[in-house]
Design a protein around this ligand. Structure first.
Ligand code: SAH
Length: 251
């Protein structure tokens, strides 16, 4: 008997931002596989087996999930946010492409989730209302040169930029250098949002400008949004401003 594999996006944190389809995929699983802190967010039943792994073992984790499914288990492999955005779904397909032929016959489904950039954008207004791009600032899997090229091109193209993985203990300098790179290319008044742990109890959102943005404000739970020259700020008495990017180019 063959099992199946669901690659499940848990959303950014809060249970109400988890889709009913994700909750259902978790409920039917016999085995849950994932990075420990993400699995800790899933209410486990005693009859479900839990396979927690370390953060940077994505490919091994993907293979483990595929092997369990091939052995007849109903596996849910969990990711934060959306499972396809800088997350496990692509590791699974990488493992399938290079792995056992039998894995190609497994029933594999990808269950989407609310990605961090969507949850962060919703907190401050509508900064992603016009064209935007998402870039992972991690240079673990791509050279820094490529990041420099992409950031420069994104700024030149007028995209709002969502930066995932802005900083970690092993990568302390990249975000500061990215701000320095963007400063001559964008207005100093372009809004920058630091959205940390969105929808979790420790959530913190700060809105500043590119001129004043301090990389030390970010950590690995932070999504950084950098507005374009078109992104507008609506001041509000007694509260943080709303940000939005007009739908119409040149508005
Ligand atoms: N698949 C995830 C992204 C994983 S990469 C998604 O779609 O959201 C990990 C990065 O996502 C973190 O470094 C951070 O930049 C961002 N992130 C994940 N959860 C977050 C949250 N609750 N608040 C802010 N940023 C978050």
């Amino acid at each position: 008997m063959t099992g199946c594999l669901a690659i499940v996006g848990l959303g950014p944190g809060a249970a109400e931002l988890r889709t009913p389809q994700a909750a259902a995929a978790l409920a039917v699983a016999t085995d849950l596989v994932g990075y420990g802190p993400y699995l800790a967010r899933v209410p486990l039943r005693p009859d479900q087996e839990c396979h927690a792994s370390e953060n940077r073992e994505e490919l091994a984790r993907a293979r483990q999930a595929l092997s369990l499914a091939a052995a007849g288990r109903f596996v849910a492999l969990v990711s934060s946010g959306d499972a396809g955005v800088f997350a496990m779904a692509s590791a699974v397909f990488e493992a399938i492409e290079a792995g056992e032929p039998a894995w190609r016959q497994l029933e594999v489904s990808v269950v989407p989730g609310v990605s961090a950039m969507l949850a962060a954008a919703a907190r401050v207004g509508a900064p992603l209302g016009h064209d935007f791009c998402a870039i992972s600032l991690s240079d673990n899997l791509k050279p820094w040169d490529v990041l420099v090229q992409r950031l420069t091109a994104a700024a030149a193209a007028g995209f709002v930029i969502a930066l995932y993985n802005p900083l970690s203990r092993a990568r302390p300098w990249q975000l500061g250098v990215a701000f320095d790179l963007l400063r001559p290319l964008l207005p100093g008044s372009a809004p920058v949002v630091f959205a940390t742990a969105v929808s979790r109890p420790e959530e913190r959102i700060d809105i500043t400008t590119l001129a004043a943005a301090d990389a030390a404000r970010a950590d690995m739970r932070t999504l950084v949004l950098i507005g374009s020259a078109a992104t507008r700020r609506i001041a509000r008495p007694g509260g943080p401003p709303w940000l939005y990017t007009p739908r119409r180019h040149g508005a």
